[in-house]
Design a protein around this ligand. Structure first.
Ligand SMILES: N[C@@H](CCC(=O)N[C@@H](CS)C(=O)NCC(=O)O)C(=O)O
Length: 285
């Protein structure tokens, strides 16, 4: 394992702050009041820190459908134990601090895996497609989620490389249509499930609800005042197409369920040590 933190130091959570997989981990830690300090990186800026945190550690998660072997979130516990992968972190929090309440049935982990491998990837690609295609939106996403030198470097990069990012990151019409269809199919399934019972698996909040709400968050643009700690652009600043989709998804049962799950977070106080303040909205939006 990497260099253990000094005795008494809180756990460290390495994140790409607007990642909904990182949001899953934060939510579970907050739910059980596990104190942690968050270390925030932009994509690409995260690799050195993750490599250092993992060095010598047994890797819980190698590359998978969603992320590389250096993906975030990574949780470094006070005793030096390193957990990589959002599901491992949620499972650890539930097992150690919650008497495994988030996993009352084997179907929960299966549903969590399904949202990880499908919905989460589709909503992320769609959101990145809209943000990459609108450089001012990308700059705002950066400014709202990281501060200091990391943000300045990224902002400069988006100013210089904006057209390139737009060219390679924006979605083709065909890809956008396919992603929307995949998201809609999953939401049809969740709508149907919610006709049978109040939650994604059974009648109580589980890791399946947590994973579902996080996977859908970038598509709904869930806001901090609605319980999401990743800061997505507000609906009124995104391209009309994105806003229309988000509004339609928010209005259906599956979307309402995700928003209701986030609302339950508002009553839970975040753990100490996060202390990140988003910058004021950047120019251009
Ligand atoms: N299986 C991982 C996937 C996480 C993931 O895809 N994280 C993205 C951010 S959304 C990431 O860190 N990407 C950079 C990389 O994979 O190196 C998990 O659930 O934690």
């Amino acid at each position: 394992m990497g260099t253990p933190p000094p005795a008494g130091a809180p756990a460290r959570l390495l994140v790409i702050p607007f990642s909904h997989y990182c949001e899953k981990a934060r939510w579970a830690l907050d739910l059980y009041r596990v104190p942690f300090v968050e270390e925030r990186f932009l994509p690409g800026q995260h690799t050195a820190a993750v490599r250092a945190a993992l060095s010598g550690a047994r890797l819980d998660g190698a590359a998978d459908a969603a992320g590389s072997a250096l993906s975030t979130p990574v949780l470094v516990l006070e005793d030096g134990t390193v957990l990589q992968d959002s599901s491992s972190i949620v499972a650890w929090a539930s097992r150690v601090h919650g008497e495994n309440a988030l996993y009352p049935h084997p179907d929960v982990a299966a549903a969590e895996r399904r949202f990880h491998d499908g919905l989460g990837i589709w909503t992320r690609r769609l959101a990145y497609g809209f943000c990459f295609g609108t450089p001012a939106l990308l700059r705002r996403l950066i400014a709202d989620n990281v501060s200091g030198t990391k943000a300045q470097i990224a902002r400069a990069a988006t100013l210089v490389a904006g057209p390139l990012i737009a060219r390679y990151g924006a979605l083709s019409a065909a890809d956008e249509t396919a992603l929307i269809a995949s998201i809609d199919r999953e939401l049809d399934e969740v709508d149907a499930t919610l006709q049978q019972h109040s939650h994604v698996v059974g009648a109580a909040f589980t890791a399946a609800d947590l994973a579902f709400a996080c996977a859908l968050a970038p598509a709904l643009l869930v806001q901090p005042h609605e319980g999401c700690t990743a800061v997505y652009p507000p609906l009124d600043v995104v391209p009309t197409r994105y806003r229309t989709l988000a509004q339609a998804w928010r209005a259906r049962p599956a979307g309402r369920h995700a928003l209701a799950m986030f609302a339950t977070r508002l009553s839970a106080k975040p753990s100490k040590g996060r202390g990140f303040k988003p910058s004021p909205p950047g120019p251009g939006l």
